[in-house]
Design a protein around this ligand. Structure first.
Ligand code: BTN
Length: 258
């Protein structure tokens, strides 16, 4: 798979491919092969795109598939904050393009919604490589998929694409270029000021924030009011008895009150 390489701002460079199995997989191969922090891997289509929880991410040409390879100087737990960094960067890139009468939201843990339907998703994968002199290097591949031209039918959560918002002149490449500059900015804010500004920005645009929700994981469901996210990206649910439950994974559903 041949890539076209282009330097970007600061430590970053763009690697463009016509086709890849998965941009996240390519990020891992690049890290194994000695790549540096800041590789932005973009493919026009993927043959084996991956979603969260082992699901497939259908990846025809026309939509956006990008991963950023990072080697952040933080604990593994704090790495989870990077999916919120990517969500804010993606949301801001889309806000600049999508007509304002549409509603864009971040849905916990890492979806982007347009008018209540899934527009994009983020897959964060942390891994390590061995250093030559011994020891390990910590890496994170932050993969972002946005439905630009098309979206899958018959999926668990109804989907949509950027074109459905009424925008006429748009392409994956236009969104990519905005995403790159927003991501570089958001990552700098995160590295210099910590999670708080990104957390606040994400919550400002969060689906069901302050509302009653049900979080489903497998056969289990938990109901409460969505009151916060913590520094590990866990959802804070305030239950009926006022106790607080932290949830690490699951599918959020708006729970209508009686
Ligand atoms: C989800 O909502 O389940 C997350 C979807 C993440 C899809 C993106 S597309 C770019 C990157 N490469 C992949 O194989 N997956 C992520």
């Amino acid at each position: 798979m041949a890539a076209v390489k282009k330097p970007l701002l600061e430590d970053y460079h763009l690697l463009s491919y016509d086709v890849l199995d998965s941009t996240n997989e390519e990020a891992k191969r690049l890290a194994d092969g000695g790549a540096s922090h800041g590789a932005v891997i973009w493919a026009k289509r993927q043959t084996d795109g991956k979603g969260r929880m082992g699901r497939d991410w259908v990846s025809p040409e026309g939509n956006l598939y990008v991963s950023v390879l990072l080697s952040p100087d933080c604990t593994l737990q704090d790495c989870s904050q990077l999916s919120f960094v990517a969500a804010v960067a993606t949301l801001e890139s889309l806000k600049a393009i999508i007509p304002p009468e549409n509603e864009l939201r971040c849905k916990w843990p890492n979806d982007i919604l347009l008018n209540g339907r899934k527009l994009g998703g983020i897959l964060l994968e942390a891994f390590t490589t061995q250093l030559e002199g011994g020891g390990e290097r910590q890496w994170v591949a932050v993969g972002v998929g946005v439905n630009v031209d098309s979206y899958p039918e018959n999926v668990r959560f109804p989907a949509t694409c950027v074109r459905e918002s009424g925008v006429e002149l748009v392409s994956a490449k236009i969104i990519l270029s905005r995403f790159i500059s927003n991501f570089i900015h958001c990552y700098d804010v995160w590295a210099e000021e910590g999670f708080e500004p990104l957390r606040a920005h994400w919550l400002d645009h969060a689906y069901c924030y302050g509302e009653p929700v049900e979080v489903h994981l497998g056969d289990e469901a938990c109901a409460g009011v969505f009151t916060d996210i913590d520094s590990n990206g866990r959802m804070e649910l305030t239950l009926e008895d006022e106790s607080v439950k932290l949830v690490s994974a699951g599918e959020v559903i708006y729970a209508e009150s009686d």
